[in-house]
Ligand binder design. Structure first.
Ligand code: NAG
Length: 277
């Protein structure tokens, strides 16, 4: 990746660490294991977390802290081998009716066939804003960093610091934007073979269970009023926008904004704006 983009990220990280409450590392301190009994486990003195799925249950965890704007990074190594039918979700969500949510979901596949990275944004209970991507690497071989950057100006989804999607704040044209409801970080691994792989054609092979996903190096920078200035600068510079176009052009497999059949009465308002920033 070009140096300028890295230096922007570096600068942003330095600014973040000066102004924002950062929390890092220890899974014991940051998360509660919320689902699946012993299937969710924290290992290596809090530095590694694993989720597993078998026929009886999946598993999941949730952050102890809440965030209103911030940057969330997690390194994940996804279920390897035949992971068809499984879904690993990593997301931010508020609670209660009309909730806000920012989603990464990783849809498994047969050995050697590509995972799909599914993204969505809910504001005030309404989602239906899916974009899906293939990855440019095998996400089951190594850990990769998946990030959500949530600011008053917009939401950026990044994979290994490459922006794949930006959802801008378009409140000025009447599109609700998540901003008032604090969110926690969640992750879970579950069975979704009715829809996950090739639209539900490929079912989970339970002879391969338990299925396992691995997590490490969680980092969260939470916005507070002191840091307001950070967000005035645009999240992406020219290099970042070029990477975004690259991801959208070569790796996107589904974009709700391009799905005209689904919106016979006109596309959602935010889709009528320019495609990127
Ligand atoms: C699984 O592999 C098939 C065949 O390559 C592909 O069409 C599909 O998009 C892949 N991903 C999922 C999650 O179905």
């Amino acid at each position: 990746m070009a140096t300028s983009w890295f230096s922007v990220l570096l600068l942003v990280s330095i600014v973040f660490s000066c102004f924002l409450a950062a929390s890092a590392g220890d899974f014991y301190q940051e998360f509660d294991l919320t689902w699946g009994d012993k299937r969710a486990e924290i290992l290596n003195s809090g530095r590694l977390l694993t989720l597993s799925l078998d026929k009886a249950s999946g598993s999941g965890f949730r952050s102890k802290r809440e965030y209103v704007f911030g940057r969330i990074d997690m390194q994940i190594k996804l279920v390897s081998g035949n992971s068809a039918g499984t879904v690993t979700a990593f997301y931010l969500s508020s609670e209660g009716p009309n909730h806000d949510e920012i989603d990464f979901e990783f849809l498994g596949n047969l050995s050697g066939d590509p995972y799909i990275v599914h993204t969505n944004v809910y504001s005030q209970g309404k989602g239906d804003r899916e974009q899906q991507f293939y990855l440019w690497f095998d996400p089951t071989k190594n850990f990769h960093t998946y990030s959500i950057i949530w600011s008053p100006q917009g939401i950026t989804f990044m994979v290994d610091n490459i922006p794949i999607r930006v959802f801008n704040n378009e409140e000025s044209i009447g599109v609700p934007f998540p901003k008032n409801q604090p969110m926690k970080v969640y992750s879970s691994l579950w069975d979704a073979d009715e829809w996950a792989t090739r639209g539900g054609l490929v079912k989970t092979d339970w002879s391969k269970a338990p299925f396992k996903a691995y997590y490490r190096n969680f980092n969260a920078y939470s916005w507070n009023s002191v840091g307001t200035d950070v967000w005035r600068t645009r999240a992406l510079d020219a290099t970042g926008r070029r990477w975004l176009r690259w991801a959208q052009k070569y790796h996107m497999v589904y974009n709700y904004c391009a799905d005209l059949k689904r919106f016979p009465h006109g596309r959602p308002l935010e889709c009528r704006r320019s495609r990127f920033l």
